[in-house]
Design a protein around this ligand. Structure first.
Ligand SMILES: CC(C)(COP(=O)(O)OP(=O)(O)OC[C@H]1O[C@@H](n2cnc3c(N)ncnc32)[C@H](O)[C@@H]1OP(=O)(O)O)[C@@H](O)C(=O)NCCC(=O)NCCS
Length: 150
């Protein structure tokens, strides 16, 4: 789908799922989907499931779902080996471009108020905070609802 500086963003494949699952399990802020849930997402109608191939490794992934004219970003994680290489930003840009082509007018997501790297990432990509669910997560933190017009 897109390729620059050793980074290729492409549709996720079944053979990526082991690497995706280990990233998904590694990060406390990831939603912690099971392997069967990840596999099911590959063929789910409306799913935008991307992986980032970085230096012949799976450097990160993104899962979004298109519903009517909206894409909801459900999960974005990047390998702890490759921080601040632009992998998450590239995954998001590709997902948003793909959603635009499918007729989406808005992107939405939820993020913990304590997840400062992700908040900074989403702000940089043009998302704005539009709501809050108090004490939504198990650690007592609130969920911030963010959106961006496409
Ligand atoms: C948040 C996360 C996805 C960022 O991935 P990344 O590939 O390192 O991010 P990028 O290199 O694309 O960074 C883009 C911007 O995000 C922000 N950012 C990323 N990591 C940051 C950090 N540790 N601290 C502050 N800002 C950060 C910056 O604005 C950055 O731009 P800059 O490098 O030009 O300053 C990654 O740290 C991660 O996987 N975290 C754990 C999982 C998670 O929390 N996912 C989100 C909720 S599901």
């Amino acid at each position: 789908m897109s390729e620059k500086n050793n980074l290729e963003i492409r549709l996720a494949r079944s053979s990526d799922m082991e690497a995706v699952f280990s990233l998904e399990s590694y990060w406390p802020f990831a939603p912690h989907w099971s392997k069967p849930q990840l596999e099911a997402e590959l063929s789910r109608p409306g799913s935008i499931f991307l992986t980032a191939q970085f230096l012949s490794d799976i450097g990160g992934y993104l899962i979004g779902r298109v519903f009517e004219k909206e894409i909801q970003i459900l999960s974005v994680s990047v390998s702890p080996r490759y921080p601040r290489q632009g992998i998450a930003a590239s995954l998001l840009e590709e997902a948003l471009a793909s959603a635009r082509l499918k007729g989406c007018a808005r992107a939405t997501l939820e993020v913990s108020e304590r997840n400062l790297p992700a908040l900074s990432l989403y702000r940089k990509l043009g998302f704005q905070i539009v709501g809050k669910r108090a004490k939504f997560y198990n650690d007592g933190s609130s969920a911030l609802l963010m959106d961006k017009l496409l």
